[in-house]
Design a protein around this ligand. Structure first.
Ligand code: NDP
Ligand code: 8X3
Length: 252
């Protein structure tokens, strides 16, 4: 039987690539995001109303999330795979210079939005012995200057994934935390307030991951036999690795 996957944040980057990858393998797609025109374009690209269905809402809004899920036509309502991808980073500065509003936006989106849609879909995912894939980050595992609240939201996602695993294992529901490093997408434009120079500098010569690499990984996770659970997967571009601890010295 044809399976259905719901991908949050499918108007750009990873989400768009994940939707394309699953669609190319015959899955039906439910795609979400706030930009209606991009959702419409992707539905058309994936084959139209029989193959894909768009839900335009802000993941931070619980009532809108619930209403969107309830509005799903019967052919798209039985979701087998939930990919919790919608998310963002805002700012790269030290905590003491950060904007509290931006911190709250990251928490509302990356944490509250993610747990809200997950909770609303759990009953159906249990009924279908489904799969939840959560987009965490290397920032969950490795602190770096300017990562502060963004990294903490991704640590939440990682630990929430493990907690879900613990609660859902007897139900046959699989849960995976995907933890990518540097990947080229609008993510950096969003993080820097649209700074194209910062975008070019970050990715230049670094051979970063591409959204299609993450889509391939998630499709592989979903394709494994039902008794296999990938708990966490950290993925980096080859050219990205670790640096020594920074040491501040009072002496010059
Ligand atoms: P993009 O900025 O390219 O895409 C982010 C997606 O999230 C968009 O489709 C956007 O849709 C959606 N989104 C953001 N805020 C909301 C909201 N309030 N309501 C609904 N949808 C929202 O980023 P990426 O594809 O790179 O990132 C996807 C995920 O992967 C994020 O969770 C990110 O933290 C994570 N990640 C990214 C890495 C990277 O280096 N790129 C590395 C590790 C993890 P719209 O604006 O239309 O609402
Ligand atoms: C995105 C990767 O290194 O910018 O989650 O935090 S990083």
């Amino acid at each position: 039987m044809t399976k259905t996957v719901l991908v949050t944040g499918a108007t750009a980057g990873f989400g768009q690539a994940i939707a394309r990858r699953f669609s190319s393998e015959g899955y039906k797609l439910v795609i979400t995001g706030r930009r209606q025109e991009r959702l419409d374009a992707l539905v058309a690209e994936l084959g139209g109303a029989e193959k894909a269905h768009a839900l335009c809402f802000d993941i931070r809004d619980e009532a809108a999330t619930e209403a969107a899920l309830k509005s799903l036509p019967a052919e798209f309502a039985a979701i087998d795979v939930l990919v919790n991808n919608a998310g963002l980073a805002l700012g790269t500065g030290p905590a003491q210079d950060c904007d509290l509003g931006e911190w709250k936006t990251m928490i509302d989106t990356n944490i509250t939005g993610l747990v809200t849609i997950t909770r609303l879909m759990l009953e159906g995912l249990i009924a279908r012995r489904g799969l939840v894939v959560n987009l965490s980050s290397v920032a969950a595992n490795w602190p770096y200057p300017g990562g502060n609240v963004y990294g903490a939201t991704k640590s939440f996602v990682q630990q929430f994934s493990r907690g879900l695993r613990s609660d859902l294992s007897s139900k046959g529901v699989r849960v995976t935390s995907i933890e990518p490093g540097m990947a080229e997408s609008e993510f950096t434009l969003v993080r820097t307030g649209g700074n194209q120079e910062a975008y070019d500098k970050l990715y230049s010569g670094a051979n970063p991951l591409q959204p299609e690499d993450i889509a391939e990984t998630i499709f592989w996770v979903a394709s494994l036999p039902a008794h296999m659970n990938i708990n966490t997967m950290e993925i980096m571009p080859v050219y990205q690795s670790w640096a020594p601890f920074q040491v501040y010295r009072e002496t010059k």
